[in-house]
Write a protein that binds this ligand. Structure first.
Ligand code: DOR
Ligand code: ZN
Length: 343
């Protein structure tokens, strides 16, 4: 049996939802990760520091106190976000970053940014105060092929953005393409990226294996194999620009198995185990600790976690569902094997 002990990791991109759904999912994340960057795409969105503080209290009320989990909050950027709210966030001690959703790009993104130049004043305040901008990098131009949305967003929005704000701390969230990898590698040091376990392990064939597979539908959508291998190479490269962000995005089974199903994969019940599978596949388990537990903290200017977590090479079967508010939720690998477990 193989064992791997690493510094306890953090998850730099999670959706914890709210209410009964929050209670159903939060402890899956808290069990593995000490800290997590919590996405603000609730309905209504978390746009002000006061909303983030209230949401943080609800998260802490739902989490098992024995797990010592620390939610790191974000604000949802809108066309109307004033620079003063960015300054308030910088001084808040609880809001760590600002999330940019292009309007219409994904779940609860309707209040997002319609045109990047409209938020330049807010972004200038972020650059000045060192507040990271977290980007969902997909164009919403309906003429652009779904599989090219990331590449086109880089060309149209991100290249001009980093030229205009060269000192902006930016995280390219859930990177999915080789073009995204190249962009981040060649960008200044203050530009980093998160990688999900599912984009490291699966390509777009997974959505169509023997029929339509709604539980493999997420945004940005899974891409071709050549992109998956580029992501995996970046993850195991040892570059501090690439770190762990699961983008675990729970939706009730009824909203996934639907004529117009929601985007998102629920990976929290085996997130770290799946990253271990990916790194093992690349023969790079020795690179997992930096990626999962060091580089993100360094980017955000936080100390490393003091404790360790141990992974054991031992196969178990994921349940076919978990309870979720008034429905159930289907996790990734439902009824299938997971090849690592947490000791
Ligand atoms: O698959 C996704 N689900 N992508 C996103 O960008 C949002 C997320 C969600 O909130 O469900
Ligand atoms: Zn997300």
């Amino acid at each position: 049996m193989q064992r791997l002990s690493i510094t306890r990791p953090d998850d730099w991109h999670v959706h914890l939802r709210d209410g009964a759904a929050l209670s159903a999912v939060v402890n899956f994340t808290a069990r593995q990760f000490r800290r997590a960057i919590v996405m603000p795409n609730l309905a209504p969105a978390v746009t002000r520091v006061a909303d983030a503080a209230a949401y943080r209290d609800r998260i802490l009320a739902a989490v098992d106190p024995a797990l010592h989990f620390e939610p790191l909050m974000t604000l949802y950027l809108t066309d109307q976000t004033p620079a003063s709210e960015i300054i308030a966030a910088a001084n808040s001690g609880i809001v760590m970053a600002i999330k940019l959703y292009p309007a219409g790009a994904t779940t609860h993104s309707n209040a997002g940014v319609t045109e990047i130049t409209r938020v330049y004043p807010a972004i200038a305040a972020m650059e000045e105060r060192g507040v990271p901008l977290l980007v969902h990098a997909e164009t919403t131009d309906p003429h652009v092929d779904v599989f090219d949305r990331e590449k086109v967003y880089i060309e149209r929005v991100l290249v001009p953005l980093i030229a205009r704000f060269p000192k902006l701390k930016m995280v390219f969230e859930h990177l999915t393409t080789k073009e995204g990898v190249a962009f981040v590698q060649h960008a200044p040091r203050n530009v980093a990226a998160t990688l999900t376990a599912h984009h490291l392990l699966y390509n777009r064939n997974a959505m169509f294996q023997g029929g339509i597979r709604p539980h493999f539908y997420c945004l940005p959508v899974l891409k071709r194999e050549e992109h998956r291998t580029a992501l995996l190479s970046a993850a195991v490269s040892g570059s501090p620009k690439f770190f762990l962000g699961t983008d675990t995005a729970p939706h009730a089974r009824g909203k996934k198995e639907h004529a117009c199903g929601c985007a998102g994969m629920f990976t929290a019940p085996c997130a770290l185990e799946l990253y271990a599978e990916a790194f093992e596949q690349a023969n790079a388990l020795d690179k997992l600790e930096g990626f999962a537990a060091h580089f993100g903290a360094e980017f955000y200017g936080l100390p490393r976690n003091p404790d360790k977590i141990t992974l054991v090479k031992d196969t178990w079967t994921m349940p076919d569902h978990y309870a979720f508010a008034d429905d159930v939720i289907v996790p990734i690998r439902a009824n299938e094997q997971v090849r690592w477990r947490i000791a």
